[in-house]
Design a protein around this ligand. Sequence first.
Ligand code: ZN
Length: 324
Amino acid sequence: MIARKTFAVYDSRGESLGELALRLLDEQKKSWKQLADGSVSLDAAQVRTVECSGFNVKLQWNAGRIASTAAEVDDKSIRGRKCFLCVENLPIEQKGVLFDNTYLVLCNPAPIFSRHFTVSHVQHIPQSIESSFGDFLELAQKSPRFSVFYNGPKCGASAPDHLHFQMSPRNAIPVETDSVDARRRKVLKKSPSVALLGLKRYGRSVVVVESIDKDALSEFFGKFLSSWKCVLGVPEEPMLNMICTFREMVWRLILFPRVKHRPDVYFKKGNERVLISPAAVDMGGLMITPVETDFRRMDAKMIEEILDEVSLKQKALDQIIKRL
Ligand SMILES: [Zn+2]
């Protein structure tokens, strides 16, 4: 079944994963109408920058994202639908690049970026960063022209039952450049192989973890998750969005700890409703608004309130770091 869908198989001796993905995109834009329509919708998208207190946010009005932003992700809805990432349910026109015999790189038919891919596990297994963290790092390493991001099953993943990541062009998400700005960076903890940093005046909880050592980074991330679970007193994966880059041999994790998936304004009725459903890209400073009135009316105050509302509080984050 996978073979029928496969456009190309990534092999470390051949073309890079990024090159194969771009070739797939070119080919799919010609052969797959849904993707061609999604690209047209992205081309028509408008972007404006809002200056907030200490940081800027870009708003993208992208009507093609309505289904994703408004997706029902509760257990009942998920059980009642056909999983759109399972190979047997992919549209007949959709093809992919097989990576490590484990993941399929697919073009996202409702793109936020001109080059936007979903990297989906070939099996229907639940979204979990603990089970896939090594793969996440490897994917970033194998595709340095891109950034790789992960949305937790309860805060942004539209398929919480099927393990997947996404890839965007490098530096397309504002936090990627903000996180290397020396004026913003604040070292919170440092060992010979891993550095933990915060970002000053950023209006939301965020930690940046950097390392050139994959094993040390994995160990550190495991400890961070354990500490976080202890602070919350829960066994399951805490709510998080995370972006990973690999530049000049350094892995950089940008992690947004969350307490809430959607802000209260999402659930209001009528004209008061604001259709915004923050995930990694939005937390990273590129907020997607599929509805024009929301795009027009969102201002610094509303953005600051939403980011604060859905983020883990600083006090809890301090406790997690203290336990490390
Ligand atoms: Zn599935």
